[in-house]
Design a binder for this molecule. Structure first.
Ligand SMILES: NC(=O)c1ccc(NC2CCCC2)nc1
Length: 245
């Protein structure tokens, strides 16, 4: 998977590929990141990428030409790709959206700054607008990095244990189960017996039940959407009985 990121702050975005899971994935060539700075495509002496908004008002707007030239340079440098603009107005990113993006061979991510980009850029170059949540941050770079991390985790070989991504929260539309590690007793608190039993089937059943119960407790809306199998209904009833709900 190749990510091309159009950004005024390439060093900021490079950081996401320098550490941990994504760092190793980049080393293994499973993920590639190329950054393109619109300032390198500004033609005036001051390398201007922004200007005052028509109609007045506070702040600045990113100009069409330098950003468009950077996008077109990125397009020309590889396979055909979808151009994604990160914006609070975009379609809310969820597990299904991440999975769809993971199927693309290449994605060009456009990161806005200031008050945003000239609307004509969206009409001319943007294929889809994506939001990571209903809030505003100062630039599209952090949302782009969030998206790249979420997408890369789904790529074959990126996560060590083959089915880690499959066990990720939201993988089956559920929240995650609780996790425990050594020491067995800490601050007077122990670990659920089933996890020490060595009975892998019982552990898997317990984890599924916990994931169902926690989703029911914390995000009942997810259960509404997802629906439950008959076996899951039974597990959830066990959970509620056990937790005295
Ligand atoms: N919720 C989001 O995905 C998101 C994306 C971009 C952004 N800020 C950018 C948008 C144009 C200038 C700053 N804020 C929030």
């Amino acid at each position: 998977m190749r990510f091309d990121v159009i950004t005024l702050f390439p060093d900021m975005v490079d950081a996401v590929m320098g550490h941990g899971v994504l760092g190793r994935a980049a080393e293994q060539g499973l993920v590639e990141l190329v950054t393109w700075n619109p300032r390198d495509y500004a033609t005036d002496r001051h390398r201007t990428v922004d200007d005052r908004p028509y109609g007045g008002g506070p702040g600045m707007v990113m100009k069409v030409e330098p950003v468009r030239a950077a996008i077109q340079a990125a397009r020309a440098a590889g396979e055909p790709a979808s151009v994604v603009y990160l914006t609070p107005e975009g379609q809310k990113l969820d597990g299904a959206g991440v999975a769809a993006l993971a199927d693309c061979g290449r994605i060009i991510l456009l990161c806005g700054r200031y008050e945003g980009i000239d609307e004509r850029l969206i009409e001319l170059e943007v294929d889809q607008e994506i939001s990571i949540g209903d809030y505003v941050v100062s630039g599209g770079e952090l949302p782009a990095m969030v998206m790249m991390d979420a997408v890369a985790r789904l790529l074959p070989g990126v996560l060590g244990h083959a089915d880690s991504a499959a066990q990720d929260a939201f993988a089956e539309g559920l929240l995650d189960c609780p996790h425990y590690t050594r020491p067995e007793v800490v601050a007077g608190q122990g670990v659920p017996d089933v996890l020490l039993s060595g009975d892998h089937q019982a552990v898997a059943r317990w984890r599924h039940r916990e994931a169902l119960g926690r989703t029911w407790r914390k995000r009942p809306d997810l259960l509404e959407q997802r629906g439950l199998s008959h076996e899951e209904q039974t597990l959830l009833e066990d959970y509620r009985r056990e937790q005295d709900y």
